[in-house]
Design a binder for this molecule. Structure first.
Ligand SMILES: Cc1ncc(COP(=O)(O)O)c(C=O)c1O
Length: 401
């Protein structure tokens, strides 16, 4: 069982995250094959832009990008210049897109690291082109993608601003439009009043792309699909897809929920990260004696309570207190009391032969057992990415073949 192997951390504190590179490779290949069905016979296969922002959804952005490049990723998505630079420093050569654009002052860093920013306001072209000019970048060679706000009302230029964009682009002689994209607000929703939003966004987006073409501008690579759209809306795949959550092994929540069962069947994924900590103390607590801060857990029977070497400062969500469970020796042990910053208490009364030093899996795989992060997330009303991104810097990531 992998969870019981003697993983040694750099700092010795027994909390770590195993990152399975074979699961990562499996997911990337599964996604690439899924969006390139043989029956379609496309002359140019759809590309995959791997989302590695948010420190690679907590898995270590530069590390996973480097591995994903080897496994055949075409593009990488980061949030901005600094994350992109870290990915470049890891030796990644494939193109990188800064999804949340740039703030004045970041242009030189983008250019120096060959990171293509998303342009989300027309006037950004002026700033980016001036920076490219100062760097003496050759004509039409500083790449960028145009983000269209097709209805999420968050980031991107409005479809009505295409003319303004086109005028400014003509004047921005160093810049090269490499792609046009949009982001869906609710691609996982197939029921209720917002079920039609995706279609409306697609229509609005393609109208903007057609307008660009009519103005004589080649839009380059067209991309729209995030995880839910990749798994369940083939009409959105276009030239490239942008998987985040599914790359790391988790389908998002769907409405209705049955959609997830279908998605899991059609696109089977493997969880990449397993967050683990060892038991560093075990004590017998009499019935009625409070456990942890505020005595928020009062056992109703004499109980065996174990202490894990991980708390919310490591990424165990505080709202799992008195709610979640962890896997110990293949048995689900309830989290009891309030999760502290550095430790978490679990009730191991029902775990046969439990011993000091045993490894608990907070989520992920433990041999043949699995405690999926998406179920843990749902139990506390959040999303998987929130849990994964919460794994803090002090938790060493251990990359397993
Ligand atoms: C622009 C963009 N594309 C793709 C993604 C990936 O989303 P998901 O994790 O749902 O695949 C994100 C994540 O927030 C995003 O901001």
């Amino acid at each position: 069982m992998p969870a019981r192997r003697k993983t040694q951390n750099a700092n010795g504190r027994p909390v770590w995250a195993d990152v399975s590179l074979s699961a990562l490779a499996h997911n990337l290949h599964a996604i690439r094959d899924f969006v390139n069905p043989k029956s379609e016979n496309r002359s140019t296969p759809r590309k995959v832009l791997c989302i590695v922002k948010g420190n690679g959804y907590g898995h270590g952005g530069p590390q996973v990008a480097k591995v994903l490049e080897r496994f055949g990723a075409d593009w990488f998505g980061v949030t901005g210049a600094t994350e992109g630079q870290q990915v470049r420093k890891a030796g990644v050569r494939k193109p990188i897109l800064a999804l949340t654009s740039f703030w004045p002052g970041e242009e030189a860093q983008l250019l120096a690291n060959k990171i293509s920013p998303a342009i989300i306001r027309c006037e950004q072209l002026v700033a980016f082109d001036s920076a490219a000019s100062r760097k003496k970048v050759a004509k039409r060679s500083a790449g960028f993608h145009l983000k269209i706000d097709s209805g999420m009302n968050r980031l991107g230029i409005a479809p009505t601003d295409i003319e303004c964009f086109a005028r400014q682009y003509e004047k921005s002689s160093r810049l090269k439009l490499e792609g046009v994209f949009t982001h869906f607000a609710s691609s996982e929703v197939f029921d209720g009043p917002i079920a039609t939003q995706n279609r409306r966004q697609e229509e609005s987006f393609y109208k903007a792309v057609e307008r660009l073409r009519a103005l004589g501008i080649d839009p380059g690579v067209i991309h729209l699909a995030n995880s839910a759209a990749i798994a369940s809306r083939p009409e959105t795949w276009a030239d490239m897809v942008r998987p985040g959550a599914i790359l790391y092994g988790y389908h998002p929540s769907y409405d209705p929920i049955e959609r997830r069962v279908q998605a899991e069947k059609e696109l089977p994924l493997r969880p990449v990260m397993s967050l683990r900590a060892r038991i560093i103390n075990i004590r017998n607590v009499p019935a009625g004696d409070g456990v942890g801060y505020g005595s928020k857990f009062l056992p109703t029977r004499a109980s065996k309570i174990a202490v894990l070497a991980a708390g919310y400062g490591d990424g165990i969500h505080r709202s799992l207190g008195n709610k979640g469970s962890v896997l110990v020796r293949g048995v689900l042990a309830p989290i009891v009391g309030i999760v502290s910053m550095d430790v978490t208490m679990i009730d191991v009364t029902g775990v046969p032969d439990v011993a000091l030093g045993d490894v608990a899996t907070i989520y992920g795989t433990d041999g043949e057992h699995i405690l999926p992060a998406n179920l843990v997330a749902r139990s506390i009303g959040t999303v998987t990415s929130d849990l994964l991104c919460a794994v803090s810097a002090r938790v060493p990531r251990i990359y397993l073949a």
